[in-house]
Each structure stands twice: as C-alpha cells, then as structure tokens.
Design a protein around this ligand. Structure first.
Ligand code: ACO
Length: 369
C-alpha cells in the first residue's frame, strides 16, 4: 500500500456500522462481516480520514437512514478521487432511505404502536418469557417487496457470495418466492407508544418445479404438466399455460440471516423450524432443500433435522442390523438398516436424500455404545 493509500483509505468492514434503533434508543450496533461485494475485493474505501458509514434501521419496520461522516475528505487530483459512497450504496438501499437523522427520528417517532410486520402471521413461538413471531408473504406482494428492499443489503454484508434478489421480474416469477421474517415481540415493559416488534432475521425461499415426464414416456405432450416425485427432473422455467403456484415443487431456502446481536441464542433454529413446518404442511411441497448452505447453516440444519426426526417413533427405533460390519463410503445398504422404512420416513419429512442420509448416519453413530 502506498503512503497516499494508507493515509486516505479505510477498512470498509470497520468503517461500516449497522444499528437497530427505537425512538430515542440505539438497541445494537454491529459491523458487517463482508463488504467486498459493495466496495471491492480489498474491502477498502479511498479518500477519507476518520470515515464512518452509519446505516441505522428502525428496529421494527427496518426503514433505514444512511449517514456518512469523516474528519477529512481527499481533494481530487486528476483521476484520483474519493470513493463516491452514496452512489455505490444506492444500488443496495431503497430509494426511500432517509438521508437526515432528524427526518428518520421523526418518522420512527410517528410509527403507530399498532404497526405489524408485512405479510401474514405464520407462527408464534413462546420461549420462556420471550415471544417470537414468524411472518411470511409472497415477494409479489408490495409490502413484502418494500421490506426486502430495506434489508437486502444484509445479504452481501453477512452471506459469503450472497447476491441481491432481482425484484424487477414479472409477477409470476416473484410469486415463486416466499419471505419469512422473524420478530421478537415485547409484550410487557415496552414503551406504550412504540412498536412491540424487533426484527431479528429473515429468510427467502423459492419454489422449484418438479417435472415428471409421463410414465411410460411415450405419453402424449398434453400431459406435460403432470408432475411429481423428487427424483424427477427440475424445471427452472414455467410452462406458460400453467399457474405456477398450483404445481408440486421443491421449496428451497435461499438466503437465511439472523442479525449478529441475536445469533447463538436459538433464533436461527426458531426461524428454520418455522420455515420447515410451513413447507411440511404445504401440500405442494414435495421436498425442502437449501441453496449453497455454509458450514454454520449445515450445523443448524443437522441439529434441527435430527431433533425433529428423533420425535418420530419409527426413526427413534431405527437399529443397526447386527450382521453389519464396518463399511466403505456410499449409500447406506439395506443389510444395515431397513432402507424401505428409511425412504418412507424421508418422504414423510420431505428431507432431500443427501441431507436425510447424513442425519440417519448421525443417528446410527449415536447408537454405537
Ligand atoms: N441458547 C444458547 N445457544 C443455543 C440455544 C440457546 N437457547 N439454542 C441453540 N443454541 C446454539 C446451537 O446449539 C448452535 O450451537 P453451535 O454454535 O455450537 O453451532 C448455535 O447456538 C447456533 O444455533 P442458533 O442459535 O439456533 O442459530 P443462530 O441464531 O446463531 O443462526 C446462522 C445461525 C443462521 C448461521 C447465523 O449465524 C447467521 O445468520 N449467520 C450469518 C449469515 C449466514 O451465514 N447465513 C447462512 C448462509 S447459508 C444460506 O443462506 C442458505
């Protein structure tokens, strides 16, 4: 790094501060994990000394205000100019983001205490004295879309290689997406004029066609829309004459984030299980999958899938066949466990084969004395 760069550049992860606020209070402030999708591979911002990028959110409706402060700004010399921060961040924030803290404060002061998250209430989860709610809605619905525009910058901030959703797609395509929002609801001891909702995290999920060429394959093309088993082909585009939301599908968790101050306390599990419960009762979902899970999401998924399956008497009663000995890698053979039974359990819980057999292996290993 040259002297010019070291004097005038800042680490973009350290310079960026995200806060959650209620009227007159800042609840939490934290830094992003990644900023390279926004400020470039080096994660450095040129042209400022004492730079602070403050992205403050109203903790309930997640309306943001963006404030950039610094002690000194570099005076452009030829092509060497300070990074245009507002221009760069514009692509990641809603057009309605406030620019002045005073406007933001006034807006959040006037938020009705009766404000409710967008979409519809899917689940209320009581955990000790704490109440959580999961709200859900289609990305084709305006209030959900507005929410996604406010919070989508969290994807590049916290998910490695995470990208923003394309919101300019036609309605049928947006309607493939369901957004789940996790909130904590304070029912006691909260200021009466403020909203009881605090945003904790969210997840986006989309539906994938399951397409089955008719059996036998010689059936006429008119039967194209006949669909189903998980083993059949995925189709990633709609057949024009078919109402997409009416078709059996795989439902895939795409982006999943719990805000850092709320991680490690079971919130990821609460949201994951609520999503899982939703797709389990959805008759159109044949299988629940996850797009590019990272290691921590794999852990979360394993722990929760195993806990769920252990409540099933047939799964809990699984035994390793005495005849079996140490085996090589590969699918679990039927001389070790009853594979027909396993397949019955797997389809009942809509878990994708690879994930299911991973969890079965965890269960079987836990049985070895
Ligand atoms: N008290 C204390 N600890 C608990 C409790 C509890 N009541 N309940 C669970 N835990 C433990 C779990 O056992 C687990 O332990 P571990 O740290 O040893 O693995 C840990 O807390 C995490 O479980 P949760 O608290 O349920 O999950 P969390 O809220 O931390 O969410 C997540 C996990 C989603 C990965 C979160 O860390 C996150 O959002 N990270 C940043 C974004 C990210 O990586 N998202 C996933 C990308 S992949 C994708 O999007 C498909």
């Amino acid at each position: 790094m040259t002297d010019l760069e070291s004097d005038w550049s800042a680490d973009s992860n350290e310079a960026t501060h995200i806060s959650l606020a209620t009227p007159g209070h800042v609840l939490h402030t934290f830094n992003p994990k990644f900023t390279y999708p926004i400020f470039g591979e080096e994660e450095r911002i040129f042209g400022y000394q004492g730079l602070k990028i403050n992205l403050k959110y109203h903790a309930s409706d997640m309306r943001p205000v963006l404030q950039v402060t610094y002690n000194k700004k570099f005076k452009a010399v030829g092509d060497t100019e300070p990074t245009d921060l507002k221009k760069i961040l514009e692509d990641f924030l809603p057009k309605t983001a406030f620019e002045k803290t005073t406007d933001f404060e006034a807006a959040i002061e006037s938020t009705s205490p009766d404000w409710e998250p967008p979409g519809e209430l899917w689940k209320t989860i009581q955990s000790g004295a704490k109440t959580f709610e999961v709200w859900k809605g289609s990305l084709a619905d305006m209030p959900i879309q507005q929410m996604v525009k406010r919070i989508q910058i969290l994807v590049p901030f916290f998910i490695e290689a995470g990208t923003l959703l394309e919101l300019r797609e036609p309605e049928w395509s947006l309607d493939r997406w369901t957004v789940f929002l996790l909130y904590q609801k304070t029912t006691e001891n909260h200021a009466p004029k403020t909203s009881p909702y605090t945003f904790i995290g969210y997840s986006t999920c989309y539906r994938y066609f399951l397409y089955q060429p008719t059996t036998p394959p010689s059936s006429p093309p008119a039967k194209r829309q006949q669909v189903v088993p998980a083993s059949s082909h995925d189709i990633t585009f709609p057949l024009p004459e078919i109402k997409f939301s009416a078709l059996p599908c795989r439902s895939r968790i795409s982006q999943f984030i719990i805000l850092p101050p709320y991680q490690g306390g079971g919130n990821g599990s609460r949201l994951y299980n609520a999503i899982f419960d939703y797709f389990l009762q959805d008759p159109k979902t044949i299988e629940i999958t996850v797009e590019d899970p990272n290691e921590s999401f794999d852990d979360l998924r394993d722990i929760n899938d195993l806990s769920r399956l252990r409540l099933d008497p047939e799964f809990a009663a699984l035994k390793i066949n005495n005849k079996c000995s140490v085996r090589a890698k590969g699918p679990i053979p039927s001389d070790i466990v009853d594979t027909d039974l396993l397949e019955k359990i797997r389809t009942r819980y809509k878990i994708a084969p690879r994930q299911f057999y991973r969890v079965v292996e965890m269960q079987l290993l836990s049985l070895i004395p």
